[in-house]
Design a protein around this ligand. Sequence first.
Ligand code: BG6
Ligand code: MG
Length: 213
Amino acid sequence: MKYKAIIFDLDGVICFTDEYHYQAWKQLADSMGIPFDRKINERLRGVSRMESLEIILENYTGPALTDSEKEKLAASKNDIYRKSLENMSPSDLSDEVRDTLNELRDKGLKLAIGSSSKNTKFILKQIGLEGFFDAISDGTNITRSKPDPEVFLKAADFVSEDAADCLVVEDAEAGIDAAVAGGFDSAGLGSASKYEKATYRLESFGDLLNVIS
Ligand code: BG6
Ligand code: MG
């Protein structure tokens, strides 16, 4: 086996919450008359909630906003987003992801989450993966978001493995950059499936089984 542990991003890798993020930001941006589309949304992948808001506000032309007004906007986006999360259930975990995770676990690999999201534990509970992972490193234990490697370095630390023995799985280019900065091999999926900096470029989650041995 090439690796001892695999560190998975959550949104857009384990489940399709990346679409709910987009819908929630879109609703907020529309309500403020701010132009926002899927192209701009690509820049939000892997980036923290407040940094995402700052990217969206690059196209805001209204009166200057105070920090407290920005906090309220981010909270309002999160309220919209949480409503989508509340409707999630274990049926939102695809058979492919569930089966692949189980196979990786059966091979003796440690499995961890490395996500910028502060909603990580709630999402894992909704999709029936509460307690499944050996460690969770998320938006609640980091001070710098991807492309900084902090979230993955903490995940590796939580499972007591060196970065060189861990594979990071990501859908965000910022997440692949974070993996490179931390000394991890990486597998790109979705939006990162063609990113040249990824060690492996995968078409689907199940392809992980082909690259780990
Ligand atoms: C990342 C998403 O996983 O989490 C980003 O890719 C998101 O789009 C970030 O902004 C923070 O998420 P949350 O749930 O804490 O608002
Ligand atoms: Mg992601």
